[in-house]
Design a protein around this ligand. Structure first.
Ligand code: MLC
Length: 413
């Protein structure tokens, strides 16, 4: 009864295109395909959508991305539709989830679609790096200590990695273990790009991309589109669409979240002030009045191992400075008994091993979270038994934007 009186934002459908190294499709085509899957999984029509959020792509950038996409799919021109482009880099899909929650609970939207798509895998290496580098390096800095060589993003994360090593004693091996763990998780997911687990040695001996980052420790460039449908509980009740009982899947509620920002470019001297996941996670827990112990599954952004290690600490899985030790414990547990190993974090394999179409991957965290909460993550022994709440985190730029959302089953058991 109370769920009908309190307006909540529910994730009722998700969709994603097949992840591939090269699709030869445009970002818009990938978004369009993903949206179709999401609408059909939510059992609603495009005409029901009165809110659309898109995150921009690197491969096919458009002025007013969401307006461009809405026009392409025929949602525009139409007066009563709220169309917004959100750009917080890789945090975008989580920022969008929190925005969709506000649109549904405070702006009277009934059904909001979030779309993301990119074809960075189809781009040749130099075009990709030209665009990726330009975004993360100030154009006037061409030498000196602030200058980051190409590839700029791995070099920026390498600087942060060295800070963690020097300040907290995180080891190079512990960082490489993140990639091993992610590849193990991915090998249990049928849609992941990486289907064979890496060995620690293979990660440590992979070609060096930046001083403390090897090839297998970089977000795995790919093409893909993904979409999420968020509806108001009122709309679902009016349409008799509450999916609880519809195939037994149940709705997923957006409980709340938090966001925080860091600098656009890494400073010459890295210190704690540049990291933003900690305050985003703290804000999310405070808003939802929850503690780390209340979360059953975590979708943590892992574009590079350092991002994952910092996230493990930020969300409270490990004490500050002990993220590397936590990773090593998981790795040792996995090596001791791979057949029964389960880790309730990134059960899809994350950016390192599931696949990373630029700003799309945080959407995969949400899609996997929804599967976990609906208890349908059945392949590969991934399902966390009795999962009731999930935390999803997205990171933009080089720790420049952090967004954290907490999701729950619509009716707790
Ligand atoms: C690459 N390969 C991997 C892999 N990464 N294999 C397994 N796991 C991984 N994590 C494989 C590729 O599939 C390919 O295989 C081979 O390694 C070479 O990769 P490539 O990308 O084709 O090579 P190249 O063009 O030389 O570029 C290498 C690179 C680039 C490391 C410079 O991949 C790169 O920049 N990656 C990081 C992408 C990135 O920065 N994303 C944003 C993260 S920051 P094969 O078999 O095809 O030869 C973020 C925040 C934000 O997420 O806001 O965006």
């Amino acid at each position: 009864m109370s769920s009908r009186l309190t307006l909540t934002a529910r994730i009722v459908g998700t969709g994603m295109t097949t992840l591939t190294k090269r699709s030869n499709l445009s970002a818009t085509e990938l978004m369009q395909e993903a949206l179709q899957y999401a609408l059909s999984s939510a059992n609603i029509a495009l005409g029901d959508i009165d809110g659309l959020i898109a995150v921009p792509s690197l491969s096919h950038p458009h002025f007013l991305e969401a307006h461009h996409f809405a026009t392409k799919v025929g949602l525009l021109p139409k007066k009563d539709v709220v169309v917004r482009t959100l750009d917080t880099g890789g945090a975008g899909p989580i920022t969008a989830l929190l925005e969709a929650q506000r649109m549904v609970t405070q702006e009277d939207c009934q059904a909001v679609a979030i779309v993301a798509g990119d074809a960075v895998g189809t781009m040749d290496s130099s075009s990709f790096l030209d665009r990726a580098d330009a975004g993360c390096r100030p154009s006037h800095v061409t030498s000196g200590p602030q200058f980051l060589p190409s590839p700029v993003i791995p070099h920026g994360y390498s600087r942060c990695t060295e800070y963690q090593i020097n300040k907290y004693g995180c080891t190079r091996e512990q960082l490489a273990m993140v990639s091993v763990l992610m590849s193990f998780q991915a090998s249990q997911h049928p849609s992941a790009l990486t289907n064979t687990p890496h060995t620690l040695e293979s990660v440590l001996t992979a070609p060096e991309i930046a001083p403390s980052v090897g090839l297998l420790e970089c977000a795995r460039r790919a093409d893909g589109g993904a979409a999420i449908i968020v509806c108001s509980s009122r709309f679902l009740a009016e349409r008799n669409l509450t999916t609880r009982g519809n195939g037994g899947t149940g709705d997923v509620v957006i409980l709340g979240g938090g966001e925080a920002s860091g600098p656009l470019y890494p400073p010459v001297v890295i210190d704690e002030t540049m990291f933003s996941c900690e305050s985003a996670a703290r804000n999310a827990y405070t808003k939802c009045q929850l503690e780390p112990e209340d979360i059953d599954w975590f979708g943590l952004y892992d574009c590079f191992p350092i991002c994952f290690v910092r996230a493990v600490e930020a969300v409270g899985l490990a004490e500050k400075g002990k993220g590397g030790v936590w990773v090593e414990e998981q790795y040792n547990r996995m090596m001791a008994d791979p057949a029964s190993f389960q880790m309730p974090v990134n059960s899809h394999g994350g950016l390192l091993s599931f696949g990373a179409p630029w700003e799309v991957p945080a959407t995969y965290n949400v899609i996997e979270a929804v599967k976990q909460l609906r208890r349908t993550a059945t392949e590969g022994g991934r399902q966390v038994e009795g999962a009731r709440r999930a935390l999803v985190y997205g990171n933009g730029g080089i720790f420049s934007a952090s967004a954290v959302a907490v999701l729950g089953r619509a009716v707790d058991e």
